[in-house]
Design a protein around this ligand. Structure first.
Ligand SMILES: NC(=O)c1ccc[n+]([C@@H]2O[C@H](COP(=O)([O-])OP(=O)(O)OC[C@H]3O[C@@H](n4cnc5c(N)ncnc54)[C@H](OP(=O)(O)O)[C@@H]3O)[C@@H](O)[C@H]2O)c1
Length: 233
């Protein structure tokens, strides 16, 4: 029976690199996002995760997609970075960010956990901002901190099921999200002042960390920072 990666946000960036990593290891892949992943052999399920009602409506097809699974690795990767402050934050933006990063993972867990055999895993993608804050990113910072809570609750509630969990926290990774939210001047500032090694992380490096966590049941309930040793403020 095949092992399955079920991942959200595999249409680009860290998600797409993670899919490439697992395909190389012989895993089957189900991607959940609004746009398809263009890599061959991926089963794409079209879903807007900002609307949790849609997830329940797709439950049957999601379960059917992994009906012959041995191990399942569920990676909650989809994310949305909104620029807002504690004074300007809009209810819509906060709800959308939390729906994609917190409510959708919780609903997907409910669907997939009954399908998971011992040795399966649930990997959350957090951020350096899961444990610190920066200005102008209140919805994102709140959602990234909440992911850590969801991961820790996952660990406690799945005690005895031998499904392990971790939160992988990337630093500055060279994806469209980074390029859309930081101009080159800001990137250069961070690389000069904050990032040991003075380079961006390749998304494939984050994919390797995710795969390592999935293959390592000893890692359970852990926050794994993958940020080149970013210098603390
Ligand atoms: N890049 C970094 O420096 C960095 C640093 C720390 C943490 N992270 C985290 O790593 C994860 C991946 O980031 P990335 O840099 O690869 O971002 P990205 O290139 O912007 O990709 C984000 C992915 O999330 C999916 N997504 C967004 N909104 C969605 C929605 N409403 N429904 C379904 N899917 C949705 C997108 O798919 P569709 O558009 O096709 O729906 C896309 O595949 C995110 O959780 C991000 O917060 C990134």
């Amino acid at each position: 029976m095949p092992n399955y990666l079920v991942i959200t946000g595999g249409s680009r960036g860290i998600g797409e690199s993670t899919i490439a990593c697992y395909l190389k290891q012989g895993w089957k892949v189900v991607n959940i996002s609004r746009h398809p992943c263009s890599l061959a052999q991926v089963v794409n399920i079209h879903l807007d995760l900002s609307n949790p009602l849609l997830i329940e409506q797709q439950a049957e097809s999601l379960i059917a997609a992994v009906s012959d699974a041995n191990l399942i690795c569920l990676v909650h990767n989809a994310g949305y970075y909104n620029r807002d402050t504690i004074e300007s934050v809009l209810q819509d933006d906060l709800e959308r960010t939390l729906n994609v990063s917190i409510v959708a993972p919780a609903m997907l867990n409910k669907i997939f956990i009954p399908q998971m055999q011992a040795g399966s895993s649930i990997i959350y993608i957090g951020s350096t901002l899961s444990e610190k804050a920066v200005p102008n990113a209140v919805s994102y910072v709140v959602s990234r901190h909440a992911i850590v809570g969801l991961m820790r609750a996952t660990c406690q509630d799945l005690n005895g099921k031998y499904i392990h969990t971790a939160c992988v926290c990337p630093g500055l990774t060279d994806t469209q999200m980074l390029r859309e939210t930081m101009d080159q001047k800001t990137i250069d500032y961070f690389l000069g002042q904050k990032v040991i090694g003075k380079r961006l992380i390749d998304p494939a490096e984050i994919a390797d960390v995710i795969y390592f966590c999935a293959k390592s049941p000893a890692i359970n309930g852990a926050i794994i920072h993958a940020n080149l040793g970013q210098v603390a403020d």
